[in-house]
Ligand binder design. Structure first.
Ligand SMILES: [Zn+2]
Length: 421
């Protein structure tokens, strides 16, 4: 993971401009959280001209000192002109202070691996940015309401399904993904949800289509990284009223609403919300029954395994867990058993296959109660032997059947099963 620092600069030391500095830092942090890296420091100079060398700025000089240690791999800025209005100056300065070339991550211009080789395109971009900056800070000074009224997108990453036009306004994305436009794909998620789908089904579908959920900060910059579609991400998308045409702009002064192009009909959006509620209610009230409860034992501590539900990151999974891990049985956390969690579906499927192999009539059992009777009649004991630690943990599962035979299988990783909503 690269070591990074964030640098921000505003040219006038007014209260409102300082807010602009905070906005720069905020957006830089978003870029960092998307790309990954460990943050060594945040440096901000207010009321400093872009023509003043970094070493003569209060925070800029401290940042250079940190860079001089060789600990810094990359520098994050909102725009390159935050460092300097002249490319040559900043190149010379970084070169004389830093023992190695720094990578520059610019929210506006993208990644510059080495400023020395950045060439004239970047130089022109910086000059242009310097001219444009005055206009932008002017707008920011007059408040986001006005910017909102102008229709510019000012709220961080561009939502999936959208793009920015030449004036920075939100428009449905015509980017082709998986054979359709990104806007159509986003719309299809709402339509599927309105039709009774789940967030996990939609996350899987997009994942299987090979669609990256990349975050876009401008027309040019798309950050994809290793981001995956997750149910929580689909849920956030479904709940966003923006897709029905109303953008809620949250600011310190309250929520400002403004109209943006809708990707879905209001009725579809509302039906999708309703389905989220239905799915949530289902998952809360549906108590899962555990087919082999009471029959699973831990070889490590002799305790019985019990059924348990684990919810994380929007996914809901059912497991058999060693009772020796539960606080009520073993007060001392250090002494608690660390046996592997056994995915319930996986263990039950393996057990049920064994039942059917031994008694063809078992196949006729359909309800849970019928299946449970078959299991009780045939299974003597299921033993779990855990090995390893952490993610590398594996388990050997042995079923002792009442006919004296044994079945053995091993478990290496746990699959995801069911979503919360
Ligand atoms: Zn145990």
């Amino acid at each position: 993971m690269p070591n990074v620092v964030i640098y921000a600069r505003t040219s006038t030391d007014a209260q409102k401009v300082r807010q602009t500095g905070e906005t720069q830092i905020e957006v830089c942090r978003q870029l960092l959280s998307t790309r990954g890296g460990s943050l060594l420091g945040v440096f901000s100079d207010d009321g400093v001209s872009g023509t003043l060398p970094l070493r003569q700025r209060p925070s800029g000089s401290r940042m250079l000192q940190l860079c001089a240690t060789g600990a810094v791999d990359a520098l994050i800025v909102f725009r390159l002109d935050r460092l300097s209005r002249r490319l040559g100056d900043v190149v010379a300065e970084l070169e004389s202070f830093c023992p190695k070339p720094l990578e520059i991550w610019s929210v506006s211009e993208g990644t510059v691996p080495d400023l020395r080789n950045a060439g004239s395109v970047i130089a022109q971009a910086m000059e242009f940015a310097a001219m444009e900056l005055d206009v932008v800070s002017e707008r920011m000074n007059r408040g986001r309401d006005r910017v909102a009224a102008l229709g510019k997108w000012t709220s961080g990453p561009v939502p999936f399904g959208y793009d920015l036009d030449d004036d920075g306004r939100l428009i449905p994305s015509s980017r082709m993904v998986a054979g359709v436009t990104e806007a159509e794909l986003a719309r299809s998620v709402f339509i599927a949800m309105a039709g009774g789908s789940t967030t996990i089904a939609e996350a899987r579908r997009l994942q299987e289509l090979g669609v990256a959920p990349g975050r876009r900060y401008s027309r040019r910059i798309v950050l994809t990284d290793s981001a995956q579609w997750r149910p929580s991400r689909i849920r956030a998308m479904i709940r966003n009223p923006l897709y029905a045409g109303t953008h809620e702009l949250k600011s310190r002064f309250g929520t400002i609403e403004r109209q943006v192009p809708a990707l879905v009909e209001k009725a579809t959006w509302q039906a999708a919300q309703a389905q989220l509620g239905i799915n949530l209610a289902k998952s809360q009230f549906a108590s899962r029954e555990y087919l082999v409860r009471g029959l699973v034992f831990c070889a490590t501590c002799d305790a019985r395994f019990a059924g348990t539900t684990v919810t994380s990151d929007g996914w809901r999974d059912h497991y058999y867990r060693c009772g020796g891990q539960v606080g009520t049985m073993q007060i001392d956390p250090a002494a608690r058993c660390t046996a592997k969690f056994i995915p319930a579906d996986w263990l039950e499927q393996f057990t049920w296959e064994g039942c059917r192999e031994r008694d063809a009539a078992a196949s006729s059992a359909s309800s849970f109660a019928e299946k449970r009777r078959v299991v009780e009649r045939m299974v003597s004991r299921i033993t779990v032997m855990s090995h390893g630690v952490g993610r590398g943990k594996t388990a050997l599962v042995v079923i002792a059947w009442k006919d004296g035979s044994k079945s053995t299988t091993s478990l290496h990783r746990r699959p995801r099963t069911q979503s919360v909503n």
